[in-house]
Design a protein around this ligand. Structure first.
Ligand code: AMP
Length: 217
């Protein structure tokens, strides 16, 4: 039986990753790290890191590897005793190689990659209704004014306009999907195909079932 402590969640922008990240963290007792939410919080706080990251995020570009890799490596050191869930990282094969090397220095490795494969049509429809909380990172899909988690005013992400979204989608396909192949070659990928809009809980249940199979295999 495999022990699962280090998770990666991969999915296109607006694939429902945030919701499933909450589900996975609660169910498998994982500390979540969303690099996107962390960077947005830095931007909101106006920190030097936030000011640097904002230039890239507003242009729908990836923040440079050395910035993101450094943040994640330090976070992994601080949290090495806990189970963890990485959401939004690694976003390129180079980041995946760095992650593997950083974990290996700690005597650890990625245990499982949950790949949410959501159809392009669904993603486009969702993107138009999406808002994010600048304070706690929660995202919603129904245009809520206030964050259902912490009550802060919700914002439309500056990178959620159609042009920026198209760029992020393309980057996801060309740069991030190869990360799935990287871990598939290591036999660590659990893939969940989503083609119809439905309750997030139904997707969570399918993820849990697929993980159960993976653990037994
Ligand atoms: P997300 O919330 O995951 O969609 O991330 C929002 C934005 O943060 C991205 O469009 C990038 O500009 C930046 N970002 C988040 N994670 C990464 C990463 N692993 N590598 C580079 N940039 C990132």
């Amino acid at each position: 039986m495999k022990s699962l402590k280090r998770f990666i969640l991969v999915g296109a922008p607006a694939s429902g990753k945030g919701t499933q990240s909450s589900f996975l963290s609660t169910t498998y007792d994982l500390k979540p790290l969303s690099t996107g939410a962390l960077l947005r919080a830095e931007v909101a706080a106006g920190s030097p890191l936030g000011l640097e990251a904002k230039k890239y995020m507003d242009a729908a570009m990836f923040v440079p590897d050395e910035v993101v890799n450094g943040i994640v490596a330090q976070w992994l050191i601080n949290n090495k005793e806990s189970g963890c869930l990485l959401d939004g990282y690694p976003r390129t094969v180079a980041q995946a190689q760095t992650l593997d090397a950083e974990l290996s220095k700690l005597g650890l490795a990625v245990d499982i990659v949950v790949y949410l494969n959501v159809s392009a049509e669904l993603i486009e429809a969702r993107m138009l209704r999406r808002k994010a909380c600048p304070k706690c990172g929660e995202t919603t899909r129904n245009g809520e004014e206030l964050c259902p988690k912490c009550g802060a005013p919700m914002i439309v992400r500056t990178d959620d306009n159609p042009e920026a979204f198209a760029k992020r989608r393309k980057d996801y396909e060309t740069l991030t999907l190869p990360v799935v192949d990287h871990y598939r070659a290591q036999g660590k990928v659990v893939q969940i195909d989503v083609t119809e809009e439905g309750e997030p809980e139904a997707v969570s249940a399918r993820i849990a079932a697929a993980i159960e199979e993976y653990v037994k295999a």
